[in-house]
Design a protein. Structure first.
Lengths: 115, 111
Protein backbone atom coordinates (compact mmCIF):
# COMPACT_ATOMS: atom_id res chain seq x y z
CA UNK A 1 0.00 0.00 0.00
CA UNK A 2 1.09 3.53 -0.69
CA UNK A 3 1.75 6.14 1.97
CA UNK A 4 3.01 9.69 2.36
CA UNK A 5 4.94 11.31 5.17
CA UNK A 6 5.16 15.04 5.71
CA UNK A 7 7.58 15.45 8.59
CA UNK A 8 6.91 19.12 9.31
CA UNK A 9 3.40 19.74 10.62
CA UNK A 10 3.90 23.47 11.11
CA UNK A 11 6.28 25.76 9.26
CA UNK A 12 6.79 29.48 9.77
CA UNK A 13 8.78 31.58 7.35
CA UNK A 14 9.20 35.29 6.87
CA UNK A 15 7.68 37.00 3.88
CA UNK A 16 10.16 37.06 1.04
CA UNK A 17 12.11 34.08 2.34
CA UNK A 18 12.43 30.80 0.51
CA UNK A 19 10.36 27.76 1.38
CA UNK A 20 10.76 24.02 1.24
CA UNK A 21 8.08 21.60 2.41
CA UNK A 22 9.22 18.03 2.59
CA UNK A 23 7.38 14.97 1.38
CA UNK A 24 8.46 11.32 1.40
CA UNK A 25 6.36 8.67 -0.27
CA UNK A 26 6.18 4.92 -0.26
CA UNK A 27 4.89 3.13 -3.34
CA UNK A 28 6.14 0.07 -5.14
CA UNK A 29 5.41 1.22 -8.68
CA UNK A 30 5.97 4.48 -10.52
CA UNK A 31 4.20 7.07 -8.44
CA UNK A 32 1.83 9.79 -9.53
CA UNK A 33 2.55 12.61 -7.08
CA UNK A 34 0.67 15.74 -6.17
CA UNK A 35 0.80 18.81 -4.02
CA UNK A 36 -2.50 20.31 -2.98
CA UNK A 37 -3.10 23.54 -1.07
CA UNK A 38 -5.97 24.34 1.26
CA UNK A 39 -6.59 27.99 2.02
CA UNK A 40 -8.59 28.86 5.14
CA UNK A 41 -12.24 27.76 4.93
CA UNK A 42 -11.79 26.39 1.41
CA UNK A 43 -11.44 23.07 -0.33
CA UNK A 44 -8.26 21.64 -1.77
CA UNK A 45 -6.72 22.99 -4.94
CA UNK A 46 -4.04 21.23 -6.93
CA UNK A 47 -0.72 23.09 -7.08
CA UNK A 48 1.19 20.68 -9.29
CA UNK A 49 1.60 17.05 -10.24
CA UNK A 50 4.28 14.69 -11.47
CA UNK A 51 4.27 11.38 -13.24
CA UNK A 52 7.27 11.22 -15.52
CA UNK A 53 9.82 13.34 -17.37
CA UNK A 54 11.70 16.29 -15.94
CA UNK A 55 11.93 15.70 -12.19
CA UNK A 56 11.36 19.39 -11.51
CA UNK A 57 7.77 20.39 -12.15
CA UNK A 58 6.36 23.86 -12.12
CA UNK A 59 3.05 24.72 -10.53
CA UNK A 60 0.90 27.73 -9.95
CA UNK A 61 1.95 30.87 -8.09
CA UNK A 62 5.68 30.21 -8.39
CA UNK A 63 5.68 26.83 -6.70
CA UNK A 64 7.79 23.96 -7.97
CA UNK A 65 8.54 20.47 -6.75
CA UNK A 66 11.36 18.05 -7.37
CA UNK A 67 10.92 14.31 -7.65
CA UNK A 68 13.68 12.01 -6.48
CA UNK A 69 13.27 8.30 -7.07
CA UNK A 70 16.40 7.41 -5.14
CA UNK A 71 15.23 9.37 -2.12
CA UNK A 72 11.49 8.62 -2.54
CA UNK A 73 10.81 12.29 -2.12
CA UNK A 74 8.76 15.03 -3.72
CA UNK A 75 9.66 18.26 -1.97
CA UNK A 76 7.80 21.50 -2.65
CA UNK A 77 9.73 24.76 -3.04
CA UNK A 78 9.13 28.43 -3.55
CA UNK A 79 11.84 31.04 -3.94
CA UNK A 80 10.04 33.90 -2.21
CA UNK A 81 6.87 33.45 -0.18
CA UNK A 82 4.05 35.96 0.15
CA UNK A 83 1.67 36.38 3.06
CA UNK A 84 -1.10 34.97 0.86
CA UNK A 85 0.75 31.64 0.73
CA UNK A 86 -0.30 30.96 4.32
CA UNK A 87 -2.29 27.75 4.05
CA UNK A 88 -2.13 24.02 4.64
CA UNK A 89 -0.19 22.04 2.05
CA UNK A 90 -0.78 18.36 1.37
CA UNK A 91 1.40 15.94 -0.50
CA UNK A 92 -0.40 12.98 -2.06
CA UNK A 93 0.44 9.83 -4.01
CA UNK A 94 -1.93 8.10 -6.39
CA UNK A 95 -2.19 4.34 -6.64
CA UNK A 96 -3.88 2.51 -9.45
CA UNK A 97 -6.00 -0.51 -8.80
CA UNK A 98 -8.65 -2.52 -10.55
CA UNK A 99 -11.30 0.03 -9.62
CA UNK A 100 -9.47 3.23 -10.52
CA UNK A 101 -7.06 5.47 -8.74
CA UNK A 102 -6.97 6.37 -5.06
CA UNK A 103 -5.11 9.23 -3.47
CA UNK A 104 -3.26 8.80 -0.20
CA UNK A 105 -2.52 12.05 1.56
CA UNK A 106 0.09 13.12 4.04
CA UNK A 107 -1.09 14.76 7.24
CA UNK A 108 -0.40 18.22 5.87
CA UNK A 109 1.95 21.08 6.66
CA UNK A 110 0.50 24.32 7.95
CA UNK A 111 2.48 27.22 6.56
CA UNK A 112 2.42 30.58 8.28
CA UNK A 113 4.10 33.48 6.52
CA UNK A 114 5.06 36.18 8.99
CA UNK A 115 5.46 39.85 8.02
CA UNK B 1 -11.98 23.15 -14.55
CA UNK B 2 -14.13 20.64 -12.72
CA UNK B 3 -16.99 21.98 -10.64
CA UNK B 4 -17.88 20.10 -7.48
CA UNK B 5 -20.51 21.39 -5.08
CA UNK B 6 -21.49 20.11 -1.66
CA UNK B 7 -24.49 20.65 0.57
CA UNK B 8 -25.06 21.53 3.26
CA UNK B 9 -21.93 23.51 4.04
CA UNK B 10 -22.50 23.18 7.75
CA UNK B 11 -24.55 20.67 9.70
CA UNK B 12 -25.24 20.08 13.37
CA UNK B 13 -26.90 16.91 14.57
CA UNK B 14 -27.21 14.90 17.77
CA UNK B 15 -25.79 11.51 18.61
CA UNK B 16 -27.90 8.85 16.94
CA UNK B 17 -29.18 11.26 14.34
CA UNK B 18 -29.51 10.60 10.64
CA UNK B 19 -27.43 12.75 8.28
CA UNK B 20 -27.08 12.87 4.51
CA UNK B 21 -24.32 14.83 2.84
CA UNK B 22 -24.72 15.61 -0.84
CA UNK B 23 -22.20 16.09 -3.60
CA UNK B 24 -22.75 17.01 -7.21
CA UNK B 25 -20.22 17.34 -10.03
CA UNK B 26 -21.05 18.81 -13.40
CA UNK B 27 -18.13 17.70 -15.55
CA UNK B 28 -19.17 14.18 -16.44
CA UNK B 29 -16.45 12.61 -14.33
CA UNK B 30 -16.76 8.89 -13.75
CA UNK B 31 -15.11 8.80 -10.35
CA UNK B 32 -16.35 10.41 -7.16
CA UNK B 33 -14.89 10.22 -3.67
CA UNK B 34 -15.79 11.05 -0.08
CA UNK B 35 -13.05 12.01 2.38
CA UNK B 36 -12.98 13.17 5.94
CA UNK B 37 -10.38 15.61 7.19
CA UNK B 38 -9.27 15.65 10.81
CA UNK B 39 -6.41 17.46 12.47
CA UNK B 40 -3.39 15.21 12.65
CA UNK B 41 -4.76 12.76 10.06
CA UNK B 42 -4.90 14.65 6.81
CA UNK B 43 -7.59 13.40 4.42
CA UNK B 44 -8.83 9.86 4.67
CA UNK B 45 -10.91 8.11 2.04
CA UNK B 46 -14.31 6.87 3.20
CA UNK B 47 -15.97 5.58 0.01
CA UNK B 48 -15.68 6.09 -3.70
CA UNK B 49 -17.50 5.19 -6.86
CA UNK B 50 -16.70 4.79 -10.54
CA UNK B 51 -20.21 5.19 -11.85
CA UNK B 52 -23.91 5.29 -11.08
CA UNK B 53 -24.88 2.38 -8.86
CA UNK B 54 -21.27 1.50 -8.04
CA UNK B 55 -19.71 1.76 -4.60
CA UNK B 56 -16.18 0.97 -3.46
CA UNK B 57 -14.99 0.77 0.11
CA UNK B 58 -12.34 3.24 1.16
CA UNK B 59 -9.91 3.23 4.06
CA UNK B 60 -12.21 4.39 6.88
CA UNK B 61 -15.72 3.14 5.95
CA UNK B 62 -17.07 2.16 9.36
CA UNK B 63 -20.26 4.02 10.27
CA UNK B 64 -20.78 5.37 6.75
CA UNK B 65 -22.86 4.37 3.80
CA UNK B 66 -22.77 5.95 0.39
CA UNK B 67 -24.85 5.88 -2.73
CA UNK B 68 -24.17 7.05 -6.27
CA UNK B 69 -27.55 7.71 -7.83
CA UNK B 70 -26.40 9.30 -11.08
CA UNK B 71 -23.11 10.17 -12.69
CA UNK B 72 -23.43 13.62 -11.12
CA UNK B 73 -24.63 12.82 -7.60
CA UNK B 74 -22.89 11.03 -4.74
CA UNK B 75 -24.33 10.91 -1.23
CA UNK B 76 -22.75 10.08 2.10
CA UNK B 77 -25.08 8.70 4.78
CA UNK B 78 -24.56 8.59 8.51
CA UNK B 79 -27.49 6.60 9.87
CA UNK B 80 -26.54 6.68 13.54
CA UNK B 81 -24.22 9.62 13.89
CA UNK B 82 -21.63 9.58 16.67
CA UNK B 83 -19.41 12.36 18.06
CA UNK B 84 -16.40 10.62 16.50
CA UNK B 85 -17.87 11.51 13.11
CA UNK B 86 -17.53 15.23 13.80
CA UNK B 87 -15.28 16.26 10.97
CA UNK B 88 -14.83 18.21 7.76
CA UNK B 89 -16.05 16.17 4.80
CA UNK B 90 -14.85 16.63 1.25
CA UNK B 91 -16.19 15.27 -1.96
CA UNK B 92 -13.99 14.98 -5.03
CA UNK B 93 -14.33 13.82 -8.61
CA UNK B 94 -11.99 12.71 -11.35
CA UNK B 95 -12.20 11.55 -14.93
CA UNK B 96 -10.51 8.28 -14.09
CA UNK B 97 -7.02 9.65 -14.14
CA UNK B 98 -5.21 10.51 -10.96
CA UNK B 99 -6.13 14.20 -10.72
CA UNK B 100 -9.01 14.83 -8.36
CA UNK B 101 -11.04 18.01 -8.03
CA UNK B 102 -12.46 18.88 -4.66
CA UNK B 103 -15.63 20.50 -3.42
CA UNK B 104 -15.66 23.22 -0.73
CA UNK B 105 -16.38 20.83 2.13
CA UNK B 106 -19.14 20.20 4.67
CA UNK B 107 -18.46 20.80 8.33
CA UNK B 108 -20.37 18.32 10.48
CA UNK B 109 -20.78 18.58 14.24
CA UNK B 110 -22.31 15.68 16.14
CA UNK B 111 -23.34 16.66 19.66
Amino acid sequence: AQSVTQPDARVTVSEGASLQLRCKYSYSATPYLFWYVQYPRQGLQMLLKYYSGDPVVQGVNGFEAEFSKSDSSFHLRKASVHWSDSAVYFCAVSAWGGTGSKLSFGKGAKLTVSP
Amino acid sequence: EAAVTQSPRNKVTVTGGNVTLSCRQTNSHNYMYWYRQDTGHGLRLIHYSYGAGNLQIGDVPDGYKATRTTQEDFFLLLELASPSQTSLYFCASSAGGATQYFGPGTRLLVL
